[in-house]
Design a protein around this ligand. Sequence first.
Ligand SMILES: O=c1ccn([C@H]2C[C@H](O)[C@@H](COP(=O)(O)OP(=O)(O)OP(=O)(O)O)O2)c(=O)[nH]1
Ligand SMILES: [Mg+2]
Length: 164
Amino acid sequence: MSSVQVLLSRLDPDVPLPAYARPGDAGADLVTTSDIVLEPGERGVVGTGVAIALPPGFAGFVHPRSGLAARVGLSVVNTPGTIDAGYRGEIKVCLINHDPVHPVKLTRGDRIAQLVVQRVEHAEFVEVAELDTTERGDGGYGSTGGHATLGAPARAGAGEGTEK
Ligand SMILES: O=c1ccn([C@H]2C[C@H](O)[C@@H](COP(=O)(O)OP(=O)(O)OP(=O)(O)O)O2)c(=O)[nH]1
Ligand SMILES: [Mg+2]
């Protein structure tokens, strides 16, 4: 995998730097600098202890970790969070507990999200009178079918999805 050098400043010297867990991983894990308990449905912004200087033409995207999402319902409210190349502040993560029943307890140093660094383009928006015709046209939001349907309202206290 190609790599790009990203300058980093540690704002909290005692927490681990973002790191790729395995060779070839797309995301470098980010840690929380604070202990936090999120009640069901609650969100909270945590620091990661680092600031970065992405080169022009790159952006960072803060994604949830799938293991935490599946095991405890932890996600990122604005997933993926966008880190602009010009941003020099601390990378923060707006976490949310999607579990309907259990609180999520996080401890300083826990890996809570992952940063994906990608090349991005700036669009040059060119206004025209009419756009070209395509097979999809203006069909969206389930126009190709295959979407789920609503079931009966959930029981109070139900917390676990059922695998069928
Ligand atoms: O998960 C995130 C998302 C954003 N940011 C920082 C870096 C980013 O460059 C800046 C602005 O993010 P964004 O543009 O998404 O937020 P906004 O609400 O549009 O703020 P602004 O008006 O400052 O652009 O906030 C984070 O630290 N973590
Ligand atoms: Mg913005």
